[in-house]
Design a binder for this molecule. Structure first.
Ligand SMILES: [Ca+2]
Ligand SMILES: [Ca+2]
Length: 430
């Protein structure tokens, strides 16, 4: 290709030097292209096929690979394109009289070639940038999910540890013969873990409520007030309708026999049909299968009585002790609410309940003697004696662990024997 331009010796020397430099730069270009692409492939490979147990670290490594690969390719792009864009012919060439004629044609050829290369490189870089951006978004989301999962495990671990502190608190009770709400175990406390999570621990005695599983002993307690009668009274006090029908349906679900209106034959007519288990209930969700029960039934009632008082919340009056037994689980008269006391003692015993509440506001019942003194109808109180106690044997240790706006709840239902030994009966997680 003749351009009409005859280079001088100095120009030839300069061209030779540039040729050597271009050869060196070409090697660098090739090497950076290979290294950049390989690094990107490694990064993508880590993202697509990582199945290690150290996901967070692996994903971060993949992200680093992608960033380094993109950086190498970008620097290669700058090294290739920018010098050509700002490159000017050497002074000896520019001052040659024949240069202006050749400059236009040379400039046109170089410009076309560089323009095509520039477009291709820009398209590739654009695609890589989009891929990198998408990968980074996915990485961030995955890391966020991984972090939440890790935080959840940490919080659950902290909550489990806090339950053990709660058990220790129960074991440290110095007076196992009497339990009341002013004792140290009944006071909520915080448990601070060395690594950060804070757990709030609250111990509640189950004996402050009436246990539904007492219904299973219906026929074994003929001389006592019936558990169905007690439960029905509690339902009514909590503002529920059809209390007798509901209590009897629950009794049929739990008791051993097949005598009753809501036994096996009744549930066979359901669509789909199911059976009446006739056993202890240990799950609240199971109660939703019992006739006349629903989720709304356990919600607090919003209507008020003539004195403007809302009825007690049902779930604060009943419980479900996961404990097989041969006699009723008694309520603790030191901790039971007014509604539970009325439900157990009878609706006509409000005066007695008031005396009990007055007495225990000053000191706990340490024996049944003060209660016997309050009772006028000794025969009536003897019928409910199996349902009364002055200590508690079942407790729920509730723990709420929280950190960085995340919260985990865990509960343990435990039994404390008269010897002070404590057994965990059931774990409840949310
Ligand atoms: Ca005690
Ligand atoms: Ca039954």
């Amino acid at each position: 290709m003749k351009l009409g331009y005859v280079p001088t010796d100095r120009a030839r020397k300069l061209n030779h030097t540039r040729s050597v430099r271009r050869h060196f730069l070409k090697k660098i270009n090739t090497l950076s292209l290979v290294v950049g692409i390989l690094t990107l492939i490694c990064g993508l490979g880590i993202f697509l096929w990582e199945h290690t147990t150290h996901r967070v670290q692996t994903l971060k490594l993949g992200e680093i690979y992608l960033l380094v690969g993109s950086l190498i390719l970008f620097l290669r792009f700058l090294l290739n394109v920018c010098p050509k864009m700002i490159k000017r012919p050497h002074r000896s060439i520019r001052e040659n009289p024949s240069f202006p004629k050749a400059r236009g044609r040379l400039h046109s050829l170089v410009k076309n070639k560089e323009g095509m290369v520039l477009v291709v490189i820009l398209v590739v870089l654009g695609a890589l940038s989009a891929l990198l951006a998408q990968t980074q978004v996915l990485t961030r989301n995955r890391l966020k999910l991984e972090k939440r999962a890790l935080d959840k495990v940490r919080l659950q671990s902290a909550a489990s540890d806090a339950v053990l502190y709660g058990l220790q608190k129960l074991a440290e009770d110095r007076d196992l013969a009497v339990d009341y709400t002013e004792e140290p175990w009944a006071q909520p406390f915080e448990c601070v873990q060395p690594l950060g999570p804070i757990s709030k621990v609250c111990i509640v005695d189950i004996n402050r409520t009436f246990d539904l599983n007492n219904l299973r002993l219906e026929n074994g307690q003929r001389h006592s007030r019936s558990p169905t009668q007690i439960l029905s009274a509690i339902f009514t006090l909590c503002g529920k309708e059809n209390s007798v029908e509901r209590a009897e349906a629950l009794r049929d679900w739990i008791d051993k026999d097949e005598i009753g209106a809501k036994e096996k034959d009744y549930y066979k007519k359901k669509n789909p049909e199911y059976t009446c288990p006739n056993r202890w209930v240990k799950s609240w969700s199971e109660l939703l299968y019992v006739s006349t029960f629903s989720r709304d039934f356990f919600n607090p009632e919003s209507h008020y009585d003539s004195l403007g008082r809302a009825p007690p919340t049902l779930l604060n009056c009943i419980s479900m002790g996961p404990l097989d037994r041969t006699k009723a689980l008694p309520i603790n008269i030191n901790t039971a609410s007014e509604a539970v006391l009325i439900g157990v003692l009878g609706v006509g015993q409000q005066a007695l309940v008031k005396n009990i509440l007055d007495y225990r506001s000053h000191h706990p019942f340490r024996s049944f003697e003060p209660l016997s003194d309050m009772v006028k109808d000794v025969g009536a109180i003897q019928r409910i004696w199996p349902y009364l106690d002055i200590k508690s044997s079942l407790f729920t240790v509730n723990v709420q662990a929280h950190e960085n706006g995340q919260t985990e709840h865990i509960s343990a239902i435990v039994r404390r024997f008269t010897s002070g030994d404590i057994h965990i009966l059931q774990w409840v997680t949310s």
